[in-house]
Design a protein around this ligand. Structure first.
Ligand SMILES: Cc1cc2nc3c(=O)[nH]c(=O)nc-3n(C[C@H](O)[C@H](O)[C@H](O)COP(=O)(O)OP(=O)(O)OC[C@H]3O[C@@H](n4cnc5c(N)ncnc54)[C@H](O)[C@@H]3O)c2cc1C
Ligand SMILES: *[C@@H]1O[C@H](CO)[C@@H](O)[C@H](O)[C@H]1NC(C)=O
Ligand SMILES: *[C@@H]1O[C@H](CO)[C@@H](O)[C@H](O)[C@H]1NC(C)=O
Ligand SMILES: *[C@@H]1O[C@H](CO)[C@@H](O)[C@H](O)[C@H]1NC(C)=O
Ligand SMILES: *[C@@H]1O[C@H](CO)[C@@H](O)[C@H](O)[C@H]1NC(C)=O
Ligand SMILES: *[C@@H]1O[C@H](CO)[C@@H](O)[C@H](O)[C@H]1NC(C)=O
Length: 599
């Protein structure tokens, strides 16, 4: 009996000392939770980490997806395009039929895994501009969301690191605007390609004001061309799962994370004063599929992202009362803005064939498994080589001047938050990554993204079954300004490749032979994809406003017990990618929660 007892003791010790990230709620040995966090994604993991800094506070995280550990298509940066769509780590959503896209319905990837979309995204680290954040402060009436006030939250999140090749990066970024002490790693490219410096030099020499060199697009002003900063640590993806949920945090005895736990709804009880108080979360456990209810003693934190946070609110009876009733969902609290105002960036991709050697673009790797395997071996052994970076190392943020064609066509319509913020983002990539992969040749890709869409859409319920995916309607190009802006963006990309130093690299357009404005617009309607930056479906608005979903402290308007903390609360898209803003929102939210509960 001695031996088995010994083994049991060792097992018990291992369980007590390893991460409390479990596959089933039945493995959670605690009963009382101060906070229940719905979604172990980008934002949810930040809040879980910060609240459990206090050992007296017990937190439960319910995440529908599994673990990203050991998934090569997630951890290898250059494989980021393989992590979605239609993989075990994707929710596999598609949009509704989009009239603006010639009736196409397009893939709408979202991370279905611990770390959420930070585990599957393309890792670009962009904070938006000071004008973006000052607009958030203005529209919410809360100066706490201003650029200056948010700096401390960007800094808590960011841990700047040297890139995988350990080169001297002086002149590639401005250290004064970065933090070396945060939790989530950020670095410059660790395997720069010849085309990267070609692009930066050609634009630097061009003397075209739109394409001036910008040392650091995260300094508050994003205009110009510069080097991309990415959430990459030592050549591998840094997500909220690998950073905020690293073992030194997930080992905390007061933190419990359950994977494969899909939340259906939140339940409340009506109080005498008429304000409903929500304190119970209903979810399906991945093991056995049983329905379980847990209670939060203090608050429920809804961090299911821009698509599912409003979905869960509506399934809980919080939304437009008539729309809910029509589908047979009992309305508990009339809040018509839930799911409305969906705002998403979209992106159009052009290819050119180029003069390059096999080793100078990533085309060969895409069509030759032997080459790819060599790179994988190198990556696995040393975390160096072509796989250590995401799919773009340089970027151009371009603003159209007041006398440009677009503003002649749409006078008095400028959706940007101010004069120092770009309208479009141009993203050069060193080859073709998306099927069909050409069987020969070398390529340059430039994607163009719209940064401040004037079109707004909505997330609505498909049925009263909470496990049915919601209807996702971004309403792309329902406002004509957007397609004209993107068309001018395509022209800006075409201009960029004519600069001396790039012109002799380019051979010919590969997929973009459209010439007239009308043809370019058709090319866009037929080819545009989501840039995967949806926001605004649980938007912040001033306290007492007749629209909006959450107050500036992120508490759901008109009910007690629920706070939304994720990208959905941003009332406008930032003028860049959305993960850094989401991390910063979650860092500030953690402070707001701690201060309200004095913890
Ligand atoms: C393919 C792709 C590429 C991108 N590229 C970039 C980029 O390069 N740079 C950048 O800055 N941003 C990028 N983004 C956007 C960025 O990653 C997101 O804006 C950000 O991660 C959103 O964070 P979030 O916390 O709001 O949601 P998420 O990180 O998506 O977290 C939501 C979490 O909730 C879970 N969940 C949802 N519903 C339920 C439920 N019912 N029950 C339990 N759990 C649930 C999900 O599984 C997920 O883990 C990209 C996104 C995608 C999808
Ligand atoms: C990784 O992505 C590649 C390319 O899409 C795919 O063929 C492969 O099956 C993926 N690997 C896993 C383990 O899912
Ligand atoms: C998405 O599709 C993939 C491939 O078919 C599948 O393995 C995965 O389970 C799907 N994701 C969800 C959330 O159903
Ligand atoms: C899109 O569908 C609508 C409704 O069926 C139809 O009227 C319209 O002509 C279609 N548009 C295109 C470009 O096919
Ligand atoms: C959408 O957002 C705008 C701008 O913040 C606001 O004026 C409007 O009321 C919102 N609409 C809804 C339905 O919330
Ligand atoms: C332009 O490209 C499209 C799509 O690749 C192709 O079908 C068409 O024939 C091309 N037109 C010309 C004039 O080359």
């Amino acid at each position: 009996m001695y031996f088995p007892l010994f083994i049991t003791t060792v097992l018990a010790l291992i369980r007590a000392s390893t991460a409390e990230i479990v596959e089933s709620f039945h493995d959670v040995h605690a009963k009382d939770f101060d906070f229940v966090i719905i979604g172990g994604g980008t934002a949810g993991n930040v809040v879980a980490n910060r609240l459990t800094e206090n050992p007296g506070i017990r937190v439960l995280v319910l995440e529908a997806g599994g673990s990203p550990d050991g998934v090569l298509n997630i951890s290898v940066p250059l494989f980021c395009t393989r992590a979605t769509p239609l993989t075990p780590e994707d929710w596999n959503f598609t949009t509704t039929v989009q009239p603006g896209l010639n009736n196409r319905s397009i893939a709408f990837p979202r991370g279905h895994v611990l770390g959420g979309s930070s585990s599957v995204n393309f890792m670009a680290y962009t904070r938006g501009t000071s004008e973006d954040w000052d607009r958030y402060a203005r529209t919410t009436g809360d100066s706490g969301w201003s650029w200056n006030n948010m700096q401390k939250y960007f800094r808590r999140n960011e841990k700047w690191m040297v890139p995988a090749d350990h080169r001297n990066t002086a002149g590639e970024f401005n250290p004064a605007v970065h933090s070396f002490t945060g939790i989530n790693s950020v670095s410059l490219a660790g395997f720069p390609w010849p085309v990267d410096s070609k692009i930066v030099e050609a634009t630097r020499q061009s003397k075209d004001e739109e394409f001036h060199f910008n040392l650091d697009y995260n300094s508050g002003k994003n205009l110009g061309v510069g080097f991309v900063q990415s959430t990459i640590k030592d050549g591998a993806r840094s997500s909220s799962a690998t950073s905020y949920m690293a073992p030194q945090f997930s080992n905390r005895k007061n933190l419990h994370v359950v994977l494969h736990a899909q939340v259906a709804r939140i339940l409340g009880t009506s109080k005498n004063k008429g304000q409903t108080s929500f304190d119970t979360v209903e979810f399906t456990d991945g093991v056995g599929g049983s329905t379980i209810r847990v209670q939060a003693k203090r608050e429920i934190i809804l961090s299911a992202g821009t698509i599912q946070s409003p979905h869960i609110l509506m399934n809980s009876g919080i939304g437009d009362e008539n729309a809910l009733k029509e589908l047979g969902v009992k309305a508990v609290h009339h809040l018509p803005s839930v799911g409305q105002n969906l705002s998403d960036h979209n992106i159009i991709t052009s290819f050119w064939s180029v003069n390059a050697k096999d080793s100078e673009t990533y085309d060969l790797m895409e069509r030759d498994a032997a080459v790819a395997n060599e790179f994988i071996n190198q990556w696995e052994k040393t975390r160096t080589g072509p796989l250590v970076d995401g799919i773009f190392n340089t970027v151009a943020f371009v603003r159209f001047p007041p006398d440009s064609d677009i503003f002649k066509q749409f006078p008095n319509h400028d959706p940007s938050p101010g004069p120092n913020t770009a309208h479009v983002e141009l993203i050069p990539m060193n080859g073709i990554l998306r099927p069909p992969i050409p069987t020969s040749g070398h390529y340059l890709t430039i994607s163009v993204a719209l940064l401040q869409p004037s079109s707004r859409g909505a997330i609505t319920l498909r049925s009263n079954n909470p496990f049915d995916p919601p209807l996702i309607n971004p309403n792309y190009f329902s406002n004509d300004f957007d397609i004209v802006l993107l068309r001018e963006g395509v022209k800006a990309a075409r201009k960029m490749i004519t600069f001396p130093g790039l012109d002799d690299y380019i051979i010919a357009p590969f997929n973009n032979n459209a010439t007239t404005d009308a043809e370019i617009e058709q090319f866009i309607r037929n080819g545009v994809a989501t840039f995967s930056h949806p926001v605004s479906t649980c938007a912040m608005s001033p306290r007492g406003a007749d629209h909006g979903v959450v107050d500036p402290d992120l508490r759901v308007k008109g009910v007690d017990g629920i706070r939304v903390v994720d990208a959905s609360v941003l009332p406008f898209t930032p003028s860049g990618h959305t993960q850094a803003p989401t991390y910063a929102v979650a860092e500030r939210a953690s402070d707001l929660i701690k201060s309200q509960w004095r913890i």
